[in-house]
Design a protein around this ligand. Structure first.
Ligand code: NAD
Ligand code: TYD
Length: 363
């Protein structure tokens, strides 16, 4: 891993990975291709360690010529593919963009890589790697007694987001089997941590709880997710991309599976301690049940035994330590937050999403 093309590196996990890799590997040179959609933010890349080893390129992964030229001119040997539309609720209100970026965009990236690595043989195939970052949501939903998702669990995606990620996983796998492209895939559970766009559960709750606004719980709040601190995810991706077996998939999880309601209560308790407020404490009183998400998956859980056994990776943060770090990060980064929240796109999403949910909480 020397010349690394990171796609979507101005988003939440991608930008954390850029910070992680610059710290971890003093030889890595990063080319960060990002279209700067509503979720991309150059402020996520401020203060990079050794910033001269990072170059930002604004562009779409669906632009074949741009990607091909980048691969060729820079002699890229590793692609770490994060770029995606990533929010389930947005995929319900507008699925088309998800197919465009997650399916067509990934296909285009694979085509460019095939062209330069397989056809033109710019570098020996043993020296290159295409790593695809995916989600546990491709496996669908679990009943309370079902075993956790393993790499052998059949795909059963339920949301347009999950379906588009499943399609992209299949394409990546097919490029390995058909063209011999050296790939690896990781399917990870829900991430949280610094730079997460404040429309996902954890930052929504932190910000609303700080400001004394209602804490919106979809449906009955008994849904279960397997939460992982983002830096742990970055470490796992790095390990798989450098030491994972070519052609293999690895599931990554946090080993911690609270209900949404439990996690919201934990956030409230931490904030009550860090920011006591006579009017708001206990912040649990702000919990408000709102209309559920259509087709809402009930339970996710990751069986992480393969990556632990083969690569020795297990998460280093617990939910308690990771949540505390995350909340402290949001408290310490009010300028970053203000920059994100002043954008029209953010404001209209929050207004539209929660207005229509508040209208009929019991449905
Ligand atoms: P994000 O929405 O925060 O960031 C996505 C980034 O991709 C943004 O910077 C955006 O500008 C960029 N992008 C979008 N379309 C693009 C395009 N056509 N061309 C170039 N750039 C484009 O997403 P995230 O939460 O950081 O997720 C990153 C990846 O990890 C995604 O592939 C997602 O499916 C996967 N993943 C996310 C989670 C999670 O909990 N967030 C969990 C598991 C897997
Ligand atoms: P989210 O952060 O959107 O991630 P995902 O849908 O990919 O799991 O949501 C996490 C869980 O929190 C999910 O069960 C939906 C729920 N949720 C709420 O209850 N209220 C909210 O305001 C949001 C954004 C999510």
């Amino acid at each position: 891993m020397r010349k690394v093309l990171v796609t979507g590196g101005a988003g939440f996990i991608g930008s954390n990975f850029v910070h992680y890799l610059l710290n971890k590997d003093s030889h890595a040179q990063i080319f960060n291709l990002d279209a700067l959609t509503y979720a991309g933010n150059l402020a996520n890349l401020a203060g990079l360690p050794d910033a001269q080893r990072h170059q930002f390129i604004e562009g779409d992964i669906a632009d074949f010529d741009k990607v091909k030229e980048l691969l060729r001119q820079q002699a890229i040997d590793t692609v770490i593919h994060f770029a995606a539309e990533s929010h389930v609720d947005r995929s319900i209100s507008g699925p088309t963009a998800f197919v465009q970026t997650n399916v067509n965009g990934t296909l285009n990236l694979l085509e460019a890589v095939r062209h330069v690595w397989v056809n033109e043989k710019l570098l020996p195939l043993e020296a290159v790697r295409f790593h695809h970052v995916s989600t546990d949501e491709v496996y669908g939903t679990l009943a309370p007694d079902d075993p956790a998702f393993a790499e052998t669990t059949p795909y059963s995606p339920n949301s347009p987001y999950a379906a588009s990620k499943a399609a992209s996983d299949h394409l990546v796998r097919a490029y390995h089997h058909t063209y011999g492209l050296p790939i690896t895939i990781t399917n990870c559970s829900n991430n949280y941590g610094p730079y997460q766009f404040p429309e996902k559960l954890i930052p929504v709750i932190v910000l609303n709880a700080l400001e004394g606004k209602p804490l919106p719980i979809y449906g009955d709040g008994q849904q279960i997710r397997d939460w992982l601190y983002v830096e742990d995810h970055c470490a796992a991706i790095h390990l798989v991309a450098t030491q994972g077996q070519v052609g293999e998939t690895y599931n990554i999880g946090g080993n911690t599976q609270p209900t949404n309601l439990e996690i919201v209560k934990q956030i409230c308790a931490i904030l009550d301690e860090l920011r006591p407020d006579a009017q708001l404490t206990p912040r649990e009183q702000l919990i408000t049940y709102v209309k559920d998400r259509p087709g809402h998956d009930r339970r996710y859980a990751i069986d992480g035994r393969k990556i632990a056994r083969e690569l020795g990776w297990t998460p280093s943060e617990s939910l308690a330590t990771g949540l505390r770090k995350t909340i402290q990060w949001y408290l310490d980064n009010s300028e970053w937050l203000a920059g994100v929240r002043q954008k029209q796109e953010y404001q209209s999403w929050v207004k539209n999403n929660y207005q229509q949910r508040a209208a009929s909480p019991s449905e």
